[in-house]
Write a protein that binds this ligand. Sequence first.
Ligand code: LMR
Length: 418
Amino acid sequence: MNTPLHSPRPAADRKSIFGTVEPYAGDPIFGLLDSFRADPRQDKINLAIGVYTDGDGRIPALESVRSAREKIGWGPRPYLPMEGHAAYRSAVQRIVFGEQNAAVAENRVATIQTIGATGAIGIAADFLAKHCPDRTVYVSDPTWDNHHGLFQRAGFETARYPYWDANTRSIPFDRLLDTLDNAAPGAIVVIQPACHNPTGLDLSRAQEAELTALMIRKRHIAVFDVAYQGFGSGLAEDVAFVRRYADKAACLVAYSFSKNFALYGERCGALNVVCHDVGEARRVLGQLVLAVRRSYSAPPTTGALLVAEVLNDPLLFRQWSEELTRMRQRLDTMCAALAQAIGAVSKDMDVGFLGQQRGMFRYPALSNAQIEAMRARDGVYLADGGRLCLAALMPEHVETVARSLVAEAEGALDRRNV
Ligand code: LMR
C-alpha cells in the first residue's frame, strides 16, 4: 500500500508544536512595573524598580551626557568590534580599578563591553560554565533575583549565603563566613561590593578583609556585581573593595552605567576579568569575545560612545562626577525626609535602618502580606521583601509612604501584642 506523502498525523501528534510550552510567571521586578502601569489610580507611587528619578519623578538628562551627545553627532554607526568600543573599555578599567592599578598597568585585565551588567553576568556565567564547570554558585540571601536565573541558565546550581538578619537588621557575618567556609573549594561567589541590592547593607572594611582571606584560602572565584558606583559613598569608595581584592586575587567584575549615567535603555555595561598574567588575559579575552559573537555578535554603539566621551574628557568627567554627587545627595535628603515623616506619625517605628543602609534602596523587610496591603490600600509599590527604591521617592510622596509604612509596622506590633 502506498503511503500518502502528506498523511494526517495521528490524533496524539496533532497538537501544536509549542503546545507544551509552560507559561512564564513573570519577573518579580518588571512584572511589578507592568502592574503599576495598569493601575488606574492617579496617586499611585512606584518605588519598586531600581531607577533614579529627580524630584519631579523624571529620569535626569545629565548635562555631561547631553554635551557628549552633541560631540558624537548623528552619523551612521558601523558595527563595534565584538569586544566593544576601545575607548569605552579602557575608561571602564580606569573607573573600576583606578588610575594606578597594577593589574591594568600590566595588561592583566580582560575587559569587554556588554549589554548592561545583566549581559556581563550572563557572559560571565557562560564563560565560567565552559571553563570552570561543576561548581556551585553562591549568591547573597536576599539578592537581586536575576543572579539566580542567569547562573542557572548557564547550567549552574545556585545556593545562598546569609546576608540579612531580620531581628538585628544587619548582616549575619559569622554565618556568612561559615557558609562559604563549608562550601566545596572553588565555589563561585557573587559579591555586591557596595549599595547591596536589596538590603543597602555593605561589609565593613574588616569584614571585607576576612572574606577576602577566606575566598583566597578556599580558592573560591569572586564575581563582583557593581551596578551603583557613586550612589553609596563616592566613586572611589564604592569600588574600594573590588580594588583591594583585585590586588590580591583573580576575579570577575560585572559593571553597569545604567544608574550612574542615567542611561538605562542604552544598556551600557562591561565585564572585567582580572587574570594572573598578560597571556592568560589575552586568552580569556578571546573566549569572552567568542561568547559575545555566539550570543549577540557585538554590543550596541551609542551608549558606549557617550560614556567614553564623558569619561575620557577631563571637563566632562568633572561635570559628570558633580552631577552624580548631586544624585547621591538627593538620596540623603530623601532618606532624612522619610525618617522625619515617619517620626511625625509614629514614636514606635524604628527608623535607624534608613540611615544605616546605603545606595538606591532601603529595606524595611516586610512580609508579602504587608507589601500587598501597601499596594492595595495606598498605591505604594515596593519590590520583593519590601525593597523600597529611595532613588525614586519624590518629596510630594514622602508623607503617604511614611504613613503606609507606619500602618504596616504598627499593625505588626499590634498583632505581636495580641
Ligand atoms: C532593579 O533591581 O530594579 C534594576 O536593576 C532593574 C532590573 O534589571 O531588575
